[in-house]
Design a protein around this ligand. Structure first.
Ligand code: SF4
Length: 363
């Protein structure tokens, strides 16, 4: 679904006018509305969020609030889909700007993954391959995984889910993020060269050979996050040179060499906890999205916190949730109109829920 243009009178509002109208709408909508804000959202949006968190935490929060008739999900499209799957049929999940997608999720379409599965079936027994999808994927891919005995994972529980998959089958197919898959498998003792291969959906037979497919245990999809893919080991070396005693913490969507050069790596929630709980005077170089890093720095003035990448690296798709879009969806709700509802078709939602429920049972 494409995003329709906003009314011109909204686009002309200055920030103070936009805020005043959002505040009025917020008051009128009261408990009928829940606003969720992902950690990577800009401050002008986060300040309106009833809760902030990572994608899974926000979806679980949505499920814990059945009293809210409407949930405005200030995140990206796949997150709103997960919230819709995990909430009741009576609740509407709204994405303020329909063009807020995720470049990583877009790197694996269900057509490409189905084609890969068919290719694999020609050379190996796919009933012995466990598909794992990072939650940063479309509902259709989660449904594929649910139908084929696999599970979703997040960056917090990837290790447990991959361990489960390796015990359950001979191989796993991990998509869409090659880095999270590789980092997790390496953390479990597998070898990045000898045990894994990279499946490129744009090459015939993924750019690999049937012999390699039969030999490797971990089949990684060639996808990545455009934000976390920017971090490199030179930035880490520079941070260590410039700041004595600096601790480097990165997200596992970063490449393997970056994760290995860092002191710590973990999910967004893990990064927030590690930095927040460190003693005053700590120095942190953080390899994740800039809005989160800037907010951590503002909230902890007793610590030195900076982004590893000197060139600001916002998630450009998250950034599409501008306050004007938030105002527009809220004022429509005041008029009794639900715009930008994200609704996963029931058949897809049922299979996708299998993948999400398996993940929750494993975690
Ligand atoms: S930070 Fe990366 S993975 Fe997360 S929503 Fe943005 S593009 Fe997608």
């Amino acid at each position: 679904m494409l995003q329709q243009p906003l009314p011109a009178e909204i686009t002309r509002l200055i920030p103070a006018e936009t805020d005043a109208r959002i505040a009025t709408a917020r008051k009128s909508l009261a408990d009928d509305l829940l606003i969720l804000g992902h950690h990577y959202q800009r401050d002008e949006i986060i300040k309106w969020a009833d809760f902030r968190g990572d994608s899974l935490k926000l979806s679980q929060l949505a499920a814990e609030h059945p009293e809210a008739k409407t949930i405005i999900f200030c995140g990206v499209h796949f997150m709103a889909e997960s919230a819709d799957i995990l909430t009741t049929a009576n609740q509407a999940v709204i994405l303020p700007n329909m063009s807020a997608g995720c470049s990583m999720a877009d790197m694996a379409s269900s057509r490409q993954v189905e084609a890969c599965w068919e290719d694999l079936a020609e050379v190996t027994d796919t009933s012995r391959i466990v598909p794992i999808t990072y939650v940063n994927s479309t509902a259709a891919l989660k449904a594929f995984v649910g139908r084929n005995g696999g599970a979703s994972c997040t960056s917090s529980n990837a290790k447990k889910v991959v361990e489960w998959a390796l015990e359950r089958g001979d191989k796993l197919l991990f998509f869409p993020d090659q880095h999270l898959g590789r980092n997790t498998a390496v953390a479990l003792g597998l070898d990045a060269d000898n045990d894994m291969l990279l499946w490129d959906p744009y090459k015939p037979f993924g750019g690999v050979t049937p012999k390699e497919v039969r030999a490797k245990r971990v089949l990684l999809w060639k996808g990545h996050c455009s934000v976390h893919g920017r971090f490199n080991v030179d930035q880490i070396a520079k941070a260590r040179q410039d700041y004595t005693g600096v601790k480097v913490i990165v997200h596992p969507e970063c490449p393997l060499d970056v994760v290995q050069a860092a002191d710590l790596n973990g999910s967004t929630e893990y990064i927030i906890k590690a930095v927040s709980e460190s003693p005053a005077g700590s120095v942190w170089a953080v390899g994740t999205e800039i809005n989160l890093v800037s907010r951590l720095a503002q909230e902890h003035p007793d610590k030195t916190i900076f982004c590893l990448d000197p060139v600001v690296c916002p998630c450009s798709t998250m950034y599409r949730i501008h306050p004007h879009y938030l105002l527009w969806v809220m004022e429509n709700l005041l008029d009794g109109v639900v715009v930008n509802q994200v609704k996963v078709p029931p058949a897809i939602a049922a299979d996708a829920r299998l993948a999400l429920d398996r993940m929750l049972a494993i975690s």
